[in-house]
Design a protein around this ligand. Structure first.
Ligand code: COA
Length: 162
């Protein structure tokens, strides 16, 4: 059974993340969405809320599960004996940082490798921050995030304010 971790802050989880997950599930038997901490970011949703909304969205996908972690991804991987990380790459400057993180992770835990998937053409310009910004400015964001996630965003921010 080949299991991969798909880590991210997912604040919130978007259709771009969903696209990466679905494609990873074609290669791996199981993918764990790991809601992690990015030190540079102040999140709108708590980790528990992000776990809840992604779990809600993926309730009909038995080969994926959702977990959260406050430490290094490699420590989670070691603890659960997982040796694959999945990350999406957008043509908007992701590569250098991703290469550095993948290299550091591999340096810290040589059993682990990172598998990059190019972000699908419909999603390369999407990001969680942009989605939140559009919503705050009253734009319809239904095309960018799953329905279950939209419900949480509307609860947190209302219908969007101009
Ligand atoms: N489609 C659309 N948007 C995407 C995307 C995709 N396929 N992939 C990423 N994004 C967006 C995200 O929405 C996010 O947008 P935002 O910056 O506006 O919030 C941005 O791209 C980057 O997000 P993500 O891929 O989730 O990365 P991240 O920077 O939020 O997460 C961690 C980075 C959590 C994976 C990293 O900090 C980490 O591993 N932390 C744990 C500690 C650790 O192990 N550190 C590594 C030491 S080497």
């Amino acid at each position: 059974m080949k299991t991969a971790i798909y880590p991210g802050t997912f604040d919130p989880f978007t259709n771009g993340h969903d696209d990466i997950l679905r494609r990873a599930l074609r290669v791996f038997d199981k993918v764990i969405i790991l809601v992690a901490v990015s030190p540079a970011k102040r999140s709108l949703f708590t980790q528990a809320q992000r776990v809840e909304m992604i779990t809600d969205h993926l309730s009909s996908e038995p080969r994926s599960s959702v977990d959260s972690w406050n430490g290094l991804i490699v420590d989670y991987a070691k603890k659960h004996q997982i040796n694959a990380i999945v990350r999406g790459l957008r043509p908007t400057g992701d590569f250098e940082m991703e290469f550095q993180m993948a290299s550091m992770n591999n340096h810290l835990y040589e059993e682990i490798d990172t598998f990059f998937l190019p972000t699908g053409g419909k999603h390369y310009f999407v990001s969680s921050s942009l989605v939140k910004e559009l919503h705050k400015n009253g734009r319809d964001i239904a095309e960018f995030i799953p329905d279950a996630v939209l419900k949480y965003l509307k609860n947190a921010l209302g219908d969007g304010v101009l």
